[in-house]
Ligand binder design. Structure first.
Ligand code: ATP
Ligand code: MG
Length: 417
């Protein structure tokens, strides 16, 4: 037997309705926010991710699925959606459309990680990206979008953590202060932090090692280093959130793992998923478009981890509204198979989901199968029914029966659903 690759999952026919339920709701929220779907390829030139996400990040330095294709190009399976959307924005001159432009996507993404609950090698994201968004009102709109997306899945207990990591200017000063602070503790820190110290000191705040976390707790806080513009932006956003009633907490420890973020960064977190507590992450990335050859463009976006969202929904006992078919037509004898298939074809054309027996099983076996398909109604059809032109519709949940003319079958089933 050939097994599924490590860190990937099948979504089986018996559970796909959960995904469909979530996806449908998310698409509805996107529509409410005036966001249009964008679809980009599953793979891109490796260079795109290196340039945009940054080669010092975990995603680029350790987690990418990169290979050379037969034409000798370096190709990478997308580890996230933001960079691809930015590439498409630049390549298709989407700035020529009226801005702000709001996009969303539901995609699979690929990262070579150690698989565990809520951490896969192929996972899925619902994401949104807003282009032409320099004002804090769009950070606010984006956070409300994320909040309502979670709300649409019933996840109103996920907490919003917010921070500003400023612009390049504020960060230069801040990183200097951070280096000064960590220099004294470097001996007690993990090898990764020691290595990152010189190249990307900001990431030392992101380390998950408990002893490093303890040290990071007392590090200087970026909010104290923001320039006037970045501070005003952050304060405006906080003011808007205060008035909106969306609960949040300013958390200076949130720096986000990717290089392209500027100013606003945020996460929606839960303590119900162990170490994989970040259900949704996002922020502003004003330098990304320029870094891949476009004009400087204010952008803000987020991505929700679908697996984590679904895990939480399951924990909360969400009713995913799984329904079976409307009707199963039980054939009293194999000689009626063709006639039953014609009945079913008519039902389907009338918008009633239906099926019938095609393998010649006994009526008992058919009832069992109808039950497994969670049919709402069964219609038993045989010589008597064809002779009289009358059919009985039986509701499986309570056994009640209704008789009707064969020609009215679809209409009667529809009105009883
Ligand atoms: P983490 O800190 O958990 O590794 P991240 O910062 O790498 O997350 P992002 O790049 O911000 O994650 O991606 C947005 C969301 O996608 C995350 O909040 C998470 O819900 C989800 N996600 C990221 N990586 C994975 C993965 N390997 N498996 C499942 N979901 C993931
Ligand atoms: Mg990660």
């Amino acid at each position: 037997m050939i097994n599924i690759p490590k860190g990937t999952k099948d979504v089986l026919p018996s559970e796909s309705y959960k995904w469909q339920y979530a996806e449908e709701r998310l698409r509805k929220v996107a529509k409410l926010y005036n966001a249009r779907e964008i679809r980009t390829p599953t793979f891109e030139h490796t260079e795109l991710f290196v340039r945009s996400i940054g080669d010092e990040t975990d995603v680029v330095s350790k987690e990418m699925y990169t290979f050379e294709d037969k034409g000798g190009r370096s190709i990478t399976l997308r580890p996230e959606g933001t960079a691809s959307v930015a590439r498409s924005y630049v390549e298709n001159s989407l700035e020529a459309m009226s801005l702000p432009l709001k996009t969303y996507y539901i995609i699979s993404a690929f990262r070579y990680e150690r698989p565990q609950a809520g951490r896969l090698r192929e996972f899925h994201q619902f994401g949104a990206e807003i282009y032409g968004a320099t004002s804090p009102y769009l950070d606010y709109d984006c956070i409300l979008f994320a909040y309502d997306a979670l709300g649409a899945l019933g996840l109103d207990n996920v907490k919003l953590r917010l921070n500003s990591i400023g612009c390049g200017e504020c960060r230069r000063k801040y990183v200097e202060a951070l280096r000064g602070y960590f220099a004294e503790h470097l001996g007690e820190m993990c090898p990764t932090c020691r290595e990152r110290y010189g190249r990307n000191a900001l990431r030392l705040l992101d380390c998950k090692t408990p002893s490093c976390r303890e040290i990071a707790k007392n590090a200087p806080v970026i909010l104290d280093y923001l320039c006037d513009d970045c501070r005003a932006h952050h304060e405006k956003l906080c003011g808007l959130l205060d008035k909106s009633g969306v609960p949040y907490e300013v958390d200076p420890g949130i720096v986000r793992g990717l290089d392209y973020y500027t100013r606003t960064v945020f996460e929606f977190v839960t303590d119900e998923l162990g170490a994989q507590g970040t259900v949704l992450g996002g922020g502003r990335y004003d330098n990304l478009v320029a870094s891949i050859g476009g004009k400087p463009t204010g952008c803000v976006g987020f991505a929700m981890g679908m697996e984590r969202a679904l895990m939480l929904m399951e924990k909360r006992g969400t009713d995913f509204g799984d329904t079976g078919i409307d009707a199963f037509v039980i054939s009293q004898s194999p000689e009626h198979t063709e006639a039953c298939m014609r009945i079913v074809a008519e039902l389907r054309r009338a918008g009633v989901s239906a099926d019938t027996e095609t393998t010649g099983r006994s009526m008992k076996a058919q009832f069992k199968y109808a039950d497994k398909q969670r049919a709402k109604f069964v219609v038993v059809v045989g010589a008597d029914e064809f002779a009289s032109g009358k059919m009985k519709i039986k509701r499986l949940s309570d056994g009640t029966e209704k008789e009707c003319a064969a020609a009215e079958l679809a209409a009667r089933i529809k009105e009883s659903i």
